[in-house]
Design a protein around this ligand. Structure first.
Ligand code: NAP
Ligand code: HSE
Length: 428
């Protein structure tokens, strides 16, 4: 048996305590699987006195995560505090500088500082692993960087934020408004401390930025993501989309195009009968397409104590076994700057508009769309109230530019009572 592998864990919240529990519960099994005892020597959190449901008295305590990261009796620094800057980044940098391997679940930090941290880790010859940062318990980082390493990856598409999927499916199933379900999710503790990270699509975009880097050999480019959250998705859109055979999902898509790397995270329509359309609650799903494998689909819990700690422990076991990999699937120095491309590829779109209920209004809309080269696939008008007629249109594939031209022209013909809702329909 090799020398024990000693963990220093900073952050004893949902994920940190989950890791402590697995290390204890599965000590014998982990030792057999990795050939080493995996032990915890020291821990850190903000409050030393908090009751965390497990005894931590066997471990040394550090108030300062940076001090923990540098301890001589720590081999792997496990950062589970979160935050883009502050103690998370400072302590990870300190651990790398001290020659420690690092495991983190911190997608926000990696999406912003992934390149510099990867360069530092590779220069120091240490591992920086982060399976838990994307899609919780789903081993998507491993699938992409190891199992699919022989593929030219063409597209990644996925639902990567469980809270948003919970909100959208709860609205759909209970017929509740966004505001009602948001309040409910907040009260249940399903949302990040800053809920905007979830509902604004930022958390999911952090995850997409990390996956894109591995998939396309580019430096993590969070700012290059076209980003829109779910705050404007209405119960009407959920109902109408359902009527037309679609579900609304906060969908991340990354693909290489002739013009560069397209990355977007926004509410989209997907076929109701597709696996992505049927995804309920906090479950995540990521589809990866490659030239050789065609398509694989990974599905599982995107958050929570057990699933996220499971992913952290996968990384710890790899390090215990001596597995060494470049941080983003290839040496950080060889990752290219991504040329950013916006969504130029044609797609079908869903339009919802409130038209003035007067003769010829619908005909004028159809004419404007036709003049802009946008072809209508399906159209439905709902019972009108007062002077407003709700109309839904599903277009054939069109470019966003042609659609925007059509919408601009619609606004000048005086039949729209408000700006149309426009949602892309994604093939999944
Ligand atoms: P959490 O429950 O809020 O726990 C955070 C822990 O960090 C707490 O123990 C807190 O101490 C400690 N902490 C915060 N600031 C600190 C500081 N300045 N110094 C020392 N300790 C500090 O968070 P979590 O849900 O476990 O998430 C941890 C990380 O995992 C985050 O990066 C998150 O994005 C990521 N993640 C979480 C999930 C999930 O399902 N929860 C899933 C995937 C990834 P106190 O307890 O004393 O306040
Ligand atoms: N807020 C995140 C989610 C936690 O809902 O998916 C897991 O990263």
């Amino acid at each position: 048996m090799n020398a024990p592998l000693r963990l220093g864990i900073a952050g004893l919240g949902t994920v940190g305590i989950g890791v402590v529990k697995i290390v204890r519960l599965h000590a014998a099994m982990l030792a057999v699987r990795t050939g080493r005892d995996i032990t915890i020597t020291a821990v850190s959190a903000r409050s030393r006195d908090k009751d965390r449901g497990v005894s931590l008295s066997a471990y040394a305590w550090e108030d300062d995560p940076v001090a923990l990261a540098k301890r001589d009796d720590v081999d792997i620094y496990v950062e589970l505090m979160g935050g883009t800057e502050g103690p998370a980044k400072a302590s990870v940098e300190a651990a790398i500088a001290a020659g420690k391997d690092v495991v983190t679940a911190n997608k926000a930090m990696l999406a912003i500082h992934g390149q510099s941290l990867a360069e530092a880790a590779e220069a120091a010859g240490v591992s920086l692993r982060y399976e838990a940062a994307v899609a919780g318990g789903i081993p998507v980082i491993k699938a992409l960087s190891e199992g699919l390493a022989g593929n030219d990856i063409t597209r990644i598409v996925g639902v990567m934020n469980g809270s948003c999927n919970y909100i959208l499916t709860r609205m759909e199933n209970a017929g509740l408004s966004y505001d009602e379900v948001f309040a409910e999710a907040d009260a249940l503790g399903y949302l990040e401390a800053d809920p905007q990270l979830d509902v604004g699509g930022i958390d999911a975009a952090h995850k997409l930025a990390i996956l894109s880097s591995i998939a396309f050999g580019t430096q993590v480019d969070f700012d290059g993501i076209e980003l829109e959250g779910i705050e404007r998705v209405s119960i009407n859109d959920i109902r109408h989309a359902d009527d037309m055979g679609f579900k609304i999902k906060l969908l991340g898509v990354a693909q290489r195009t002739g013009r560069g790397l397209e990355q977007r995270m926004m509410p989209c329509l997907v076929p109701a009968s597709s696996p992505m359309g049927q995804l309920q609650g906090g479950t995540n799903m990521v589809a990866i397409e490659g030239d050789a494998v065609e398509q694989i689909v990974l599905r599982g819990p995107g958050a929570g104590e057990g699933p996220t700690a499971s992913a952290v422990m996968g990384d710890v076991c790899d390090i215990a076994r001596g597995t060494r990999l470049p941080v983003f699937g290839q040496p950080a120095a060889m990752l290219e700057h991504a040329d950013r491309a916006s969504s130029v590829l044609p797609a079908p779109y869903y339009l919802r508009m409130a038209l003035a209920d007067k003769p010829g209004a619908l005909a004028k809309i159809a004419t404007v769309l036709g003049d802009a080269g946008v072809s209508i696939d399906r159209m439905r008008q709902y019972e009108h109230s007062d002077s407003s007629a709700p109309v839904l249109i599903v277009t054939h594939k069109t470019t966003r530019a042609d659609l925007d031209n059509a919408i601009g022209a619609m606004k000048s013909i005086d039949v729209l009572l408000s700006d149309p809702v426009v949602l892309r329909i994604e093939a999944v």
